[in-house]
Design a protein around this ligand. Structure first.
Ligand SMILES: [Ca+2]
Ligand SMILES: [Ca+2]
Ligand SMILES: [Ca+2]
Length: 554
């Protein structure tokens, strides 16, 4: 017992000594270079912004104004401490500042974009017994998710439509509630279209009811294609701004029997009468429900040949495959899949055995052009963080342009950007981190001592770009200083994501999670930057951040 209390005293006194971050050597050197007599004036700051940060010198005034509110600021310029504080500032100096709107070309067909896509969007937890609710749908839409999946079933009285996961104990939610939630929240995070994918287990009559519900809930924001419109190519996200699209497999048409070819039906009158009746029937037979389907879906039939799935039909459609089927298809028909996804949509969904709502590596789908890699948005984990990282790009609008090599035939692909403009590598330096002591209990990581934090940096991307590096753990420090440098080579910057996870090293048991982020490499700001970290659920910590440096090799 005596030993323990000694330990507590010893480490806690050490913790208090190191709570204040000190500028790393590189920052000190940088300050010396761009200052005089310990003060950096506005011109010197402008030069630093140009030389090191690759940024507009007008930013200097913003930085100066920011420090003017503070008493210790002297009008002449920044001291080292203020310079260091500016570099660590989450508002002034982000490694990734999301633009507030999409900057990519949004006028290409839908098939040219990755679309932020949810799987069983109505489930609150696991795939077997969790509740169905509109709440996870709202949360997903607010995150920027643009494709919501709803499984439609007759309710227990067979007179209404419920949303639930078939064959499980999940408690249903009424369809109309989900539709209203979608209408209310569809365009808060992004103005680009929301696609609702239905898994339809309904009867003819209930489908009619769904059609009515869709029209009355969405009104003019429901996108209803003109018959024969967009046969060869989907419309663009730009054209579909503010619209809701329905995508599902059209129900089997009931074919009418031919009129009896007997004598009595041969008179003109009789035939006319029959035609009128047929017209009426036709109206019922091409139901409204079907006319509201903007994106027709095709499902893989049991035992059907994989290759024929990717035959490019004249009319564009959406195909759904499980992650396992995709793996199988990719191993045999990789090129066919890429060609298929140039015009058609491919949705990939988690295999059925992921009862706990876990996810899978989205990169296999992305590298084969699959637009809709559907994820369980309620389950935190490294793949969901990757997904969230991908869709932080392009202003967080939920649509990311696919790289050129997936859109053109390799032979005709001459429109790739010139080699000199392309990113070939990324040099990263991890200086230090701070903020954990403000966010966590003193005993959160280790019961008797401060955490032993290390940073794992993972390059996520196409096969040859993948790499993982780690810093060493800094023992018993709330403000760890690493000063470690890593280099990554990058062949496909469009699909490169920088995944950063901080953990507390433990000699026994699993290392404790201490923050994460995932950022699209193409949109990283070069120079010395603040990198705010997020918790497992993707919510940004108020205080926890890293100071890092990024240099692109072109
Ligand atoms: Ca621990
Ligand atoms: Ca420790
Ligand atoms: Ca530890």
């Amino acid at each position: 017992m005596y030993k323990h209390s000694f330990k507590v005293c010893f480490f806690f006194s050490r913790r208090f000594r190191t709570n204040v971050a000190e500028a790393p050597e590189d920052v000190k050197r940088m300050f010396d270079k761009y200052s005089e007599n310990g003060i950096m004036n506005i011109e010197q700051l402008q030069k630093f912004l140009n030389d090191v940060q690759g940024e507009d010198s007008r930013k200097a005034q913003v930085i100066f104004n920011n420090f003017k509110h503070l008493n210790f600021f002297q009008r002449r310029g920044l001291h080292l401490e203020e310079f260091f504080r500016y570099l660590l500032d989450q508002d002034l100096n982000l490694a990734f500042s999301p633009s507030h709107s999409a900057y990519q070309d949004m006028t290409a067909p839908l098939s040219h974009y990755y679309i932020f896509t949810g799987h069983n969007s109505y489930l609150t937890g696991n795939q077997l017994s969790s509740d169905c609710s509109e709440t996870p749908i709202i949360r997903a839409l607010k995150k920027g998710v643009r494709a919501i999946e709803l499984d439609l079933w007759p309710n227990s009285k067979k007179n209404g439509v419920d949303v639930r996961h078939g064959g499980t104990l999940t408690a249903p939610v009424e369809l109309v509630k989900c539709l209203r939630a979608i209408k209310d929240h569809a365009f808060t995070a992004s103005k680009y279209p929301v696609i609702i994918t239905f898994e339809d287990h309904l009867t003819h009559d209930l489908r009619q009811e769904v059609a009515e519900m869709l029209k009355s809930t969405f009104g003019s924001i429901l996108y209803v294609p003109e018959p024969g419109e967009y046969l060869n190519e989907f419309p663009s996200p730009e054209l579909l701004k503010g619209k809701i699209l329905i995508s599902t497999k059209p129900p089997e048409r009931t074919t009418r029997e031919k009129p009896p070819a007997d004598e009595s039906a041969s008179s003109e009158e009789d035939i006319e009468g029959y035609m009128e009746e047929l017209d009426k029937d036709e109206e019922i037979d091409i139901p409204e429900y079907e006319s509201l389907i903007a994106i027709h879906a095709k499902k893989m039939k049991r035992g059907s040949d994989l290759r024929t799935l990717f035959n490019d039909m004249e009319k564009v459609l959406r195909l759904s495959l499980s992650e396992q089927k995709l793996e199988e298809a990719v191993s045999k028909y990789g090129h066919e899949i890429i060609r298929f996804t140039q015009r058609n949509l491919l949705r990939v969904y988690p295999k059925g055995s992921r009862f706990n709502s876990s996810n899978y590596n989205p990169m296999l789908g992305w590298t084969h052009g699959a637009q809709m890699v559907a994820f369980n948005m309620q389950r935190a984990g490294k793949y969901l963080w990757t997904m969230e990282g991908m869709f932080r790009g392009n202003g967080g609008c939920g649509y990311i342009k696919k790289p050129e090599f997936l859109l053109n035939n390799p032979k005709t692909s001459s429109s790739r950007s010139t080699p000199s403009q392309r990113i070939k590598g990324l040099k990263i330096k991890v200086y230090m981190g701070e903020g954990w002591h403000l966010e966590f209990d003193l005993s959160h990581f280790d019961f008797y001592s401060p955490p032993d934090l290390y940073v794992e940096i993972r390059m996520v991307g196409v096969g040859k770009d993948r790499a993982t590096r780690k810093t060493i753990p800094i023992e018993n420090q709330w403000v760890p200083v690493w000063n470690e440098e890593f280099s990554f080579s990058i062949s496909t910057p469009e699909l490169a994501l920088l995944q950063i996870v901080v953990r507390d090293h433990d000699t026994s048991g699993k290392d404790d999670f201490a923050g994460q982020t995932c950022l699209p490499v193409k949109e990283l700001q070069s120079g010395i930057r603040a990198v705010p970290l997020y918790n497992k659920r993707g919510e940004r910590y108020k205080h926890v951040k890293l100071l890092m440096r990024f240099d692109f090799q072109k």
